[in-house]
Design a protein around this ligand. Sequence first.
Ligand code: OTU
Length: 644
Amino acid sequence: MNLTLECKRSLNRILSRVDLSKLSKNDSKIFHERLTQHFPRLFELLVTVYNERYDMHYQLEQLVQQLADSFKARPAAQKKKDKQRLNNPHWHQSEDMLGMACYVDLIAEDLADLQTKIPYFKDLGITYLHLMPLYKSPEGDSDGGYAVSDYRCVNPKLGTVQELNNLAKALDKAGISLVLDFVFNHTSDEHEWALKARAGDEDFAEYYYLFEDKSIVDEYEKTLREIFPQVRRGSFTYLEDSKKWVWTTFNSFQWDLNYSNPTVFTAIVGEMLFLANLGCDALRLDALAFIWKEMGTTCENQPKAHKLIQAFNACLQIAAPAVVFKSEAIVHPDEVVKYIAPEECQLSYNPLTMALIWNSLATRKTRLITQSLSHRFAINPDCTWVNYARCHDDIGWTFDDGDAGILGINGYDHRLFLNKFFTGQFEGSYATGMGFQFNPENGDCRVCGSLASLAGLEQALEQQDPHLLEMSIGRILLIHSILLSIGGIPLLYAGDELGMLNDYSFLQDDHKKHDSRWVNRPAISNEDVVLAHTPGTVQNRINQGIRHLIKIRKTHPVLGRAKTQVIHTGSDHLFGYQRTHENGDKLLVLCNFSENEQTAHASVFEHLLPASQAYDLINDEIITFDFNLGKTLTAYQVSWLYVK
Ligand code: OTU
């Protein structure tokens, strides 16, 4: 098939039928240019996914109309940003970038009040703010907002769309990019589409996966992984009223959207562009691994899921190119990287580095992080990792069993150990965490807990033991030092910069007590902030330590858009990497993952040759290389050795 010819014909036909009259002359010119550039890709992708659908060409027409309408509705300020970002596609790689994720109502009263926190964000250096889902969602349990009842309506408890708009403007003025969730794998069962489907509307029934025949459900179940086995076994929920099974990968009130129906794709593009037009800079693609289902497979990371995400990306390039996608694929590392490309997701969470940092903290060994990241850290140079240690979710141990196997580590057994260690069930463990979604069938489990509690601060404070305190502070700063220096956007989870501990109050809340992820979603009060700003407190040492590292990052381009190479340190307890900027600047990073003094082999200095001295950015001193002794680091010490 001659795609280009067919594509041209298709576009011409579409253009003769859609109504572009509402676009201004200039907008019309831009829209046509972008269509010419991106329609061929979009066409090819949608033909691949929907070639068997009788209504595919009708849907294409609807889609182009949707793109034109959304572009028309795009505020002038956003259009201006489109231009700027197209001229500066690497904006997310700057050393100035620093992210934070927070819940609006756990850090402020509501959206209006959040504006009063902007000075705090600015003072810390935040330039990228992910506000956890703030859309209309069911009362009671809404999976922390990840069950969306209306993408175009802000949760009334948090405010209004107008207030969100105002906030977006204020953040923009403060140089902070706004990141919003694009929860497109599922809607809540209270979304208008779901309500209509439930009421028997045939068109809307096709928006979801509804089955009367249990044997189809059983057939799918054979190869599916259970994501929330403690919510309900399997991935389907029986609807008593309509006597049907509905696909619910997560909670029973989160209905998976049926993307095999192209109407769903078009409808969701409309919702996506509505969010883009609110003035956000990035959309976090929630649970993107699950959007395509194929019987006989795990229904995760399917090739057509990638095609669809690329198609969404093409739509964004046409109607809102300032916005980038962030992939939330918390899956096997081989699969994580498949979502990362300028044409798919420009940003991605880095779940492997996250898991391996915690792993090294538990084992005090760096063999697995070194072995894994030496061949897995590099991604497309136009794309950016989002490096995090904690977020609102659980921790899953998504390292590769092959990488572990090379080192003689049995992946399955090792995960059991990590779960025990971080839930404090392993003798000598310093961590205070909780299990999440234990699966009795395979023993699988994930871990929850705040960064500080998992790093030992909770236990140290309970025992009032100065040595344990020192060690936990050391771990907390070590973790942040890696996020801030390894390459990518460091993403702090609000409260971690204040040393916040686990919050057990969720156990008293009927809507939350079954979901231990709430233990790591503490409300942040002014007292917490004051404590962290009071000299002499543990929290202050953590806060000051993190701020010191942030300052260094922001003033050294080698910590921004620069290459990362993991190195061998000659010690099983030290992790090291080198950053190289195109201006010639180099940085050698060494981190000690143990409570004891450790020495890196002198060969690490070779990465900085021909220099014979480097500037220790953290300690603010010049160090001369000792080619006989190497470099010794104290417990949990980190060295950032910089050569201009
Ligand atoms: C995401 O996470 C969100 O981050 C969660 O907060 C939501 O509950 C969920 O989607 C549903 O919207 O299962 O435990 O990559 O790890 O997508 C977290 C696979 C989750 C999953 C991830 C999901």
